[in-house]
Design a protein around this ligand. Structure first.
Ligand SMILES: Cc1cc2nc3c(=O)[nH]c(=O)nc-3n(C[C@H](O)[C@H](O)[C@H](O)COP(=O)(O)O)c2cc1C
Length: 320
């Protein structure tokens, strides 16, 4: 899939607030994620110069192509935010119309925009008008099962100049329950002329192949399926290109875990990075029987040496 001169590929890392920060995105890129996205950034926060929002804009060149995802309910604020986002020179700007968080929909942003397709179109037009970068948007399939309108919203966004869409096949009401409806995503793909990226329940290489085949979508995004498994991107690519795929061995696993932590330390400093890393450590070691007794220690690690010590016990003989 291509947007303007930007070659995008077809295996994306989904935007994941609180998970897919710069260190994790860099690791996913190493394993072949074609496109990554920032955590969603508030247009209000950006226009008020809030440090937390500005921090979300940080990325490294090895993450490219990267989309910065913004959310908001006000067209002018969103256009103002674009000017700030442009300063960090991302490859594209993505508009969040999918977030189901109560805090955000209560303010009329995120998935609440699917209740107001015209307003969604105005916001998209304002963002498109404020930049030469490709603008994309991320949707759910609707608000609830009685108001599935992703195709209607998608057409309005296409007319507003949005160059590609990603669609998570659940409604606001579903949150993360039930199966993601790939059929509804396929309906959007069939009804618009711009590329569509499928999001929702792509967890294995076989899922990715099936999603592309069954829906005709141009690309897939992997979200929760990356937790503790950033190598999923390599596995998907190998599978799609007809090669056999196996997960990493213990040495590669330990190297990956420490490289991820080291990116974090370079970004946030050792203590903050290690605390943020705890959940990743639990995910990386999920399902390994001898790990159960070490879980409490994983939840309290605060230094690289502690992480490395735990890894020596979990994966004996892999220390470098
Ligand atoms: C922890 C978490 C954070 C998320 N943050 C965002 C976000 O910032 N922006 C967004 O558009 N979607 C966000 N999503 C939704 C995902 O991008 C994706 O659409 C959804 O998880 C379904 O895909 P999956 O089954 O591959 O996880 C988030 C999902 C999770 C679980």
């Amino acid at each position: 899939m291509k947007l303007k001169s930007l070659e995008m590929g077809r295996i994306f890392l989904a935007p994941l607030s609180g998970v897919a920060d710069s260190p994790f995105r860099r690791i996913c890129k190493r394993f072949g994620a074609d496109v990554v996205y920032s955590e969603m950034v508030s247009s209000e926060g950006l226009s008020r110069n809030q440090p937390r929002s500005i921090e979300y804009l940080r990325f490294h060149d090895d993450e490219r192509p990267i989309g910065i995802q913004i959310f908001g309910k006000d067209a002018q604020r969103m256009a103002d935010a674009v000017a700030i986002v442009e300063e960090v020179k991302p490859d594209l700007i993505d508009i969040n119309m999918a977030c189901p968080s109560r805090k955000i929909v209560k303010r009329g942003a995120g998935c609440a925009l699917m209740l107001e397709p015209e307003k969604a179109g105005k916001i998209a037009a304002a963002v498109v008008g404020a930049t030469d970068l490709p603008v994309t948007a991320k949707l759910r399939i609707g608000w609830d099962e009685t108001s599935i309108n992703a195709l209607e919203v998608a057409r309005i966004l296409e007319d507003s100049g949005v160059m590609a869409l990603s669609v998570h096949g659940r409604t606001f009401r579903q949150g993360f329950a039930d199966r993601s409806s790939w059929d509804e995503v396929a309906r959007v793909k069939q009804g618009v002329g711009i590329p569509v990226v499928l999001s929702g329940d792509v967890v294995t290489p076989e899922d990715a192949e099936r999603a592309l085949d069954e829906t005709g979508c141009d690309a897939v995004m992997v979200g929760r399926g990356t937790y503790g498994r950033p190598w999923i991107f390599r596995e998907i690519r190998d599978h799609l290109e007809g090669r056999s795929h196996a997960g990493p061995g213990p040495v590669e696993m330990v190297r990956t875990i420490l490289a991820h932590l080291d990116f974090g330390i370079a970004e946030f400093g050792e203590r903050v990075a290690t605390v943020r890393f705890r959940k990743h450590l639990l995910w990386y070691t999920r399902g390994i029987p001898r790990v159960v007794a070490l879980r409490p220690s994983m939840s309290t690690v605060a230094t690289r040496a502690e992480v490395s010590g735990l890894l020596d016990r979990i994966f004996p003989g892999t220390a470098e």
